[in-house]
Write a new protein. Structure first.
Length: 130
C-alpha cells in the first residue's frame, strides 16, 4: 500500500488527526523546539558583489566564490598540461625499462660471480677440464 507522509511541527486536534489517518496518510510528529529556524529568504553575498536568495538556517551567508566569478563557470579556467598523456606514458615506460635492464644486469653479474671458482682446488680442477 502506498502511504503519503505528512510532517507536523505540532500535534493537531485529535479529530483532524483521525481524518488524516483515515485518508491513508502516515503521521510523523516532529518534536517542538529542537529544530533550527529556517529562513526561506536567506541572502547569499559573494565577494564579487553578486547577491541571491536561497533557503537556509542562516539569514546572511557570505561566500568567496559564486557561479558568476568562479573560473570554471566563467570559462577562464586553464588546464596546465606540460606533457601530453602519451608522452608521460612513454616516459614512464622508459623509466620502467631502465629499472628492468638494471635488475637483469645485476642478476647476470651475480651469476657470473657464482660461476667463478671460489677456492684453489676449484681453480685447479677448472684448468684440468679446460
Amino acid at each position: 500500500m502506498y502511504y503519503k507522509t505528512i510532517y507536523f511541527s505540532s500535534l493537531r486536534a485529535r479529530n483532524e488527526l483521525a481524518k488524516i489517518l483515515k485518508a491513508g496518510y502516515n503521521c510523523i510528529i516532529m518534536k517542538a523546539q529542537i529544530h533550527p529556524q529556517y529562513f526561506d529568504d536567506a541572502q547569499v553575498v559573494c565577494s564579487c558583489g553578486n547577491k541571491f536568495i536561497v533557503g537556509s538556517t542562516k539569514q546572511n551567508i557570505h561566500v568567496e566564490l559564486c557561479d558568476n566569478c568562479h573560473p570554471f563557470y566563467t570559462g577562464q579556467a586553464r588546464f596546465v598540461d606540460n606533457a601530453s598523456r602519451i608522452e608521460r606514458f612513454k616516459m614512464k615506460q622508459d623509466a620502467a625499462s631502465k629499472v628492468v635492464t638494471a635488475k637483469k644486469k645485476k642478476q647476470d653479474e651475480k651469476q657470473q660471480e657464482e660461476r667463478q671458482p671460489q677456492t684453489l682446488r676449484e681453480m685447479l680442477q677448472a684448468i684440468k677440464r679446460g
